[in-house]
Design a protein around this ligand. Structure first.
Ligand SMILES: [Zn+2]
Length: 129
């Protein structure tokens, strides 16, 4: 696993997400015409609906941002590649596909309870008992 490349990917993703989030939250100031411009009935409603959409989009971006942040923090603390919930390796394949993954497949799928058999098929699975 190339940690440096992963870090770069994460930083780039975080920067892109921050820009997106900034554009979203900054938009109302620029795009919303002032009261003197086209004051029609219903404008407020449209704006309100748009605001909800914007909020939902902003929230999902913020969530992705938090993921990237968490993955970067894991890189720094040396736990990158290990599941945040069960501590098992997330797996190179998964990390290559999703460099910001902080949970293994089993935990991400919400099967934390029977996540004892992680690493099916992958080499080097050791059972300590
Ligand atoms: Zn896990």
């Amino acid at each position: 696993m190339d940690f440096e490349a992963a870090g770069e990917t994460l930083r780039a993703r975080r920067a892109a997400l921050q820009r997106e989030l900034h554009a979203l939250t900054a938009r109302p100031v620029e795009a919303t015409p002032s009261v003197s411009f086209g004051k029609r009935v219903g404008d407020g409603t449209t704006e309100a609906v748009e605001r909800i959409n914007t909020t939902a989009a902003a929230r999902s971006i913020a969530a992705s941002l938090a993921e990237a942040d968490r993955a970067l923090a894991k890189l720094e603390e040396g736990s990158y590649g290990l599941c945040d919930r069960c501590g098992k390796p997330i797996g190179d394949e998964r990390l290559e596909a999703i460099p910001w993954a902080t949970l293994c497949v089993a935990c991400a799928a919400g099967r934390a309870g029977d996540g004892r058999r992680v690493g099916t098929g992958s080499s080097g699975g050791e059972d300590d008992r």
